[in-house]
Design a protein. Structure first.
Length: 378
């Protein structure tokens, strides 16, 4: 019994090392030296092809029945650039929202503290829909540089404090959504807490995934609307958070809860900076961004059952499920309502990423069909 406990503890202690994705295998054995003393030898076999790693992905979602957003993504990951525990990540995407960025993660000695400077160029667009057609498209282009300092709260959680400055270019690409345009600089401070206790980015067998973000936005640029230029003197403070929890019931059944909420404390929040709902898990009978406001809440409860598996050369598990979504986005508490949607879906873990087929129906008569490639629960 003592030996079994010792082996279990050893495997538990080695799990973080094996999970770093740096090594092909991590093995151990008991050995003896010439004097007859017994010791433990741990052998980590490096992967012959990496690191560094190059990871590719694909995101696809339908914003309207005849309009799709497609983005090809890639990540270059390099370990040990400065010290053995440092990491360099370079991310890029092509398609509907092109972007490129890099972050350098550097632990401070043997402490749990770290610094992470970064830079990004990216675009954020959203569509204004009418009768399931895109009637306007609004785009924001950002050139951002910033740095985070933080502390690792164990293997699964960290806390980050950061500041960034950026150049913003807001423009109207299609139609006239009645939103401001403008170019200028803005800056923000943010604090983020993250916890990831799940074992899969597709459909976990259990565990909790959570994050909380506090954003303080200041030094916003001048904006133009209808020939009038407005200079913002108000700072904006927002707090938002998301949590997802999974349970396994037997080998094939999953129960899950998803909750998210956000509020704006101070300052007038322009439409591009407001919270937006719509899409799977976030009131799926509405298109992404169709509901918006300075505050929001959404809660989802659902069930998934594993139907089988794809061939190994194509991917992993296939799940079918259903969930009930409730929530709203609003500017004032007096405007808040209780919108409810029901969704049925099929989720497949494929080589190109999670593939979703879903149909959402609102209790107020709305109805949408979704086809997507990309992560759903995170």
């Amino acid at each position: 019994m003592w030996a079994c406990r010792s082996i279990f503890r050893l495997q538990r202690d080695l799990a973080p090392l094996a999970g770093l994705d740096r090594y092909q295998t991590v093995t151990w054995q008991l050995v003896q030296n010439d004097a007859g003393d017994t010791g433990l030898r741990i052998v980590a076999k490096e992967k012959p092809y990496a690191p560094p790693f190059l990871m590719l992905g694909l995101n696809l979602e339908n914003t309207a029945s005849s309009d799709f957003r497609i983005t090809a993504t890639g990540r270059y990951l390099h370990y040990g650039l400065l010290t053995s525990n440092s990491e360099l990540r370079v991310d890029g995407s092509l398609g509907s929202d092109p972007a490129i960025g890099a972050e350098f993660y550097q632990p401070i000695g043997a402490t749990p503290f770290f610094v992470a400077p970064y830079g990004r160029l990216f675009t954020s667009t959203f569509n204004v829909l009418s009768d399931d057609h895109v009637v306007a498209r609004y785009a924001q282009r950002f050139s951002r540089a910033g740095a985070n300092a933080g502390v690792n709260l164990g293997r699964r959680s960290d806390l980050r404090l950061g500041i960034y400055a950026e150049q913003l270019d807001a423009s109207i690409e299609v139609g006239d959504p009645g939103l401001p345009t403008g170019t200028g600089s803005q800056a923000a401070m943010e604090a983020t807490w993250r916890f990831d206790g799940q074992d899969s980015p597709v459909v976990p067998t259990g565990g909790t995934l959570s994050n909380v973000r506090l954003l303080y936005l200041f030094n916003r640029p001048d904006l133009h609307l209808g020939g009038v230029t407005s200079t913002s003197t108000e700072d904006v403070t927002q707090l938002s958070g998301t949590v997802t929890h999974f349970w396994s019931v037997g080998d094939r059944n999953r129960l899950f809860l998803f909750g998210s909420a956000g509020t704006s404390f101070k300052g007038s929040v322009l439409r591009p900076n407001q919270f937006m709902l719509g899409g799977p898990l976030r009131l799926g009978a509405y298109r992404a961004g169709e509901l918006f406001g300075e505050h929001y809440y959404v809660g989802t409860a659902g069930y998934l059952r594993q139907l089988g598996r794809l061939p190994d050369f194509l991917g992993g598990s296939i799940f079918a499920g259903a969930w009930l979504e409730n929530g709203d986005a609003f500017d004032d508490a007096a405007q808040a309502s209780w919108k409810s949607n029901a969704t049925v879906s099929v989720i497949m873990d494929t080589l190109v990423g999670p593939v979703l087929f879903a149909s959402s129906s609102g209790f107020d008569g709305g109805w949408k069909i979704y086809v997507g490639v990309g992560r759903l629960f995170r």
